[in-house]
Design a protein around this ligand. Structure first.
Ligand SMILES: [Zn+2]
Length: 346
């Protein structure tokens, strides 16, 4: 029996020390130390030993068990350590490799131009008024001197939500809302999205942006309007820019005018940009109709005002000499990157 124990001790020690992998090691543990293992099998035969032999064999068996248990634990530790070493080696990060640069967003040309416009008007004492894009017919048309039967409504193909609610066709609703809630003096600009049932082409889109302006106070005259708008375009396109006003008709202004500015490209000589005219049509304007003031509870005998409205896309196209409005909506990064030096690099 003693020989059997020595044999197990030698054999097991060798196998355990050489075990590759946790599964092999566990199988060896079960084979030698398990309940049905070889060591247990020998111990079960101890009943057949004499009383003199039994303590010696018992002590030896315990010694062998202890040794094997230790060997298994040591081998398990060594295997775990080498597994971790392999994992660390495989997961090594080369911190000297170049990193991935995040793509930075950039500013849309229309937003850049809108900020320029805001800066110019804020400098002249105007503030910015914004409001709902889903508007009451009342604020979009009726109070602007365009009752339901008015022919001017035909020129603005409207998306109606209900009979009395629509997608605003102009930001004029904000002029009305401001006049209803605020006493003169009023000086506001109203930039924002507007909607008209137009098919998209190089100069039209069913969604576009307007910027309107309104000034109401005692003694405001047509000259104030001309001076304000002339200064606005000189600041935007340069001090040599000239402006001119042509008579026009709008329901909400009287008198009304359309304003042209001298072509920024040829300086008024005539070129493809201005179609040989030397002038570019830029906005509509006029003195606020007395009826509109009255509708908003402002006495037209005491107060007067001027208003104007321009397409923000149109100003943006001209600012950057872009020939197709759809480029402003396409989200083509090759186009948009041109307006953002340093930003939006892939
Ligand atoms: Zn020109």
């Amino acid at each position: 029996m003693k020989n059997q124990l020595e044999k197990i001790r030698a054999e097991a020690a060798g196998l355990i020390a050489a075990a590759e992998g946790e599964q092999t090691l566990d199988a060896l543990r079960v084979r030698f130390l398990g309940k049905k293992g070889e060591l247990t099998a020998i111990l079960k035969q101890m009943g057949g030993l004499s009383t003199e032999e039994r303590p010696f064999v018992g002590a030896l068996a315990n010694e062998v068990r202890g040794e094997l248990e230790q060997a298994v634990a040591a081998r398990a530790g060594a295997l775990a350590a080498s597994a971790q070493a392999r994992r660390l080696a495989a997961e090594t990060i080369d911190v000297t490799l170049p990193g991935k640069k995040p793509v930075l967003g950039g500013r849309h040309p229309r937003g850049i131009v809108l900020d320029e416009l805001k800066t110019i008007f804020l400098g002249m004492g105007f503030s910015v008024a914004t409001g709902p894009e889903i508007e009451y017919d009342k604020y979009n048309f009726e109070m602007l001197n365009m009752p339901k039967s008015h022919p001017s409504r035909d020129t603005q193909d409207t998306f109606y939500v209900t009979e009395n609610i629509l997608l605003r066709t102009q930001t004029s609703g904000m002029q009305i809302r401001t006049m209803l809630s605020q006493k003169p003096p009023i000086r506001i600009i109203c930039p924002g999205r507007v909607y008209r049932a137009d098919a998209a082409d190089a100069t039209h889109s069913p969604i576009f942006n307007q910027i309107e302006g309104l000034a109401v106070d005692r003694g405001i005259t047509f000259t104030d309007m001309k001076g304000t708008l002339d200064l606005f375009f000189k600041q935007l396109y340069g001090p040599e820019t000239k402006t001119r006003f042509r008579p026009h008709h709008f329901a909400y202004t009287e008198p009304s005018a359309e304003m042209d500015m001298s072509c920024y490209k040829c300086g008024g000589k005539g070129c493809p940009m201005c179609k040989g005219e030397g002038w570019i049509e830029i906005l509509g304007c006029g003195m606020v109709h007395p009826k509109v003031l009255e509708n908003c509870g402002i006495n037209p005998e005491i107060y007067s005002g001027f208003a104007f409205g321009a397409g923000l896309e149109r100003i943006t196209l001209m600012r950057y000499a872009i020939d197709d409005m759809r480029l402003l909506y396409d989200n083509d990064l090759r186009f948009l990157r041109q307006f953002n030096e340093g930003g939006m690099q892939p």
